[in-house]
Design a protein around this ligand. Structure first.
Ligand SMILES: [Zn+2]
Length: 342
């Protein structure tokens, strides 16, 4: 997802782009739609051929993408960020006979053999990496953990714990549940994040009411209620992302929480904390009013996360939607299941 805070508000875009990773004018500059349309396999040294080593810096590639995506937004641009970007190195096949051929289409890249075409200045490498497997047993009690195939964390209902995989095995995630029971209740994961802000005063609920210009009169005690960001722990489409994160952050749920996993359905965690943190500035842009003066000073605002907790929040499952009327939030189930492929 690519977001811009710019002259015409906050724009969002879903992007799936590729760029040649070697520097050669012979090969196409990108793989076009192939990365989406063709089935990919893990690269392996077992496949024949020469693997050209990437030489074009990723940072430069990201700048090219940013410039291309920025052509669609109205200046001035105050803030931009990629959210939940995934990087893949894709080897695309070509072969050399009398000419250079595109091996997918079996067609020559150009009619004439490029003059002086020589692969030798381009380094090669061997794709000799391997996939490691991690047993999905709870590091605390040894029971089987649960999680969907796209989950980035697994839960153990035996000892009430949630774990995320890393290079050195699993690490524990601090979590809590807002309990609610009922046949139609589904708990969705949210990241509740406390952050230190500079350039904008947002320490308490009273500050939020003022900053977001909410139609409420600040009550006694609201200046002692900590402000926290609430960002989804699951993927949503870019068009809906800010409205849901903003809606939850403005709601500032304060129900009593328990440190137990919900008994009923759990929606899988598919959006990592690291990415949720990257959206905090965008969230501010989503609710601070008036917008324009805030946008023009957003470059001077800094947001430093201090602590977090994963919170399972109850929603009622209707035929087409998940609804939480206390926070005035409704999410279309179909949109959420499509977003899992993003
Ligand atoms: Zn356990």
């Amino acid at each position: 997802m690519f977001f811009s805070i710019c002259g015409n508000g906050i724009t969002d875009r879903y992007a799936d782009m590729s760029h040649q990773a070697v520097k050669s004018s012979v090969f196409p500059v990108s793989v076009g739609l192939r990365s989406q349309a063709l089935k990919l396999k893990f690269a392996s040294a077992a496949y024949d051929g020469h693997y050209l080593k990437p030489a074009f810096p990723l940072k430069q590639v990201m700048e090219i993408f940013r410039n291309r995506l920025s052509m669609e937004v109205s200046p001035p641009i105050f803030h931009q960020d990629y959210i939940n970007e995934t990087l893949s190195l894709i080897y695309s096949p070509f072969y050399r006979d009398d000419k250079i051929y595109d091996a997918v289409l079996n067609r020559p890249l150009m009619q004439d053999n490029p003059e002086g075409f020589d692969l030798s200045p381009i380094s090669e490498e061997s794709p000799d990496w391997k996939i490691d497997f991690l047993p999905t047993l709870c590091p605390h009690c040894g029971c089987d953990m649960e999680g969907d195939k796209d989950s980035i964390a697994l839960s153990c209902k035996n000892c009430n714990s949630v774990w995320k995989p890393g290079k050195n095995g699993f690490t524990k995630i601090d979590f809590a549940t807002i309990p609610m029971t009922g046949d139609d209740i589904v708990h969705l994961p949210f990241w509740r994040i406390k952050a230190k802000l500079s350039g904008v005063k947002l320490d308490s609920y009273a500050d939020l009411v003022k900053a977001a210009n909410l139609p409420k009169v600040v009550q006694k005690g609201w200046d002692e209620m900590d402000f926290r960001f609430w960002v989804m722990g699951f993927k949503v489409r870019p068009q809906k992302f800010l409205s849901i994160a903003t809606g939850m952050t403005l709601a500032q749920p304060r129900e009593k929480m328990v440190s137990e996993l919900p008994a009923g359905s759990l929606f899988p965690i598919t959006f990592p904390l690291k990415e949720a943190i990257k959206t905090l500035k965008l969230c501010l842009g989503g609710f601070i009013r008036p917008r324009r003066p805030f946008f023009s000073m957003i470059g001077d605002v800094s947001v430093t996360p201090v602590s977090y907790r994963l919170v399972y929040v109850p929603f009622r499952e209707k035929q087409h939607e998940f609804i939480n009327s206390a926070y005035c939030l409704a999410m279309i189930k179909n949109h959420l299941s499509m977003a899992r492929n993003l």
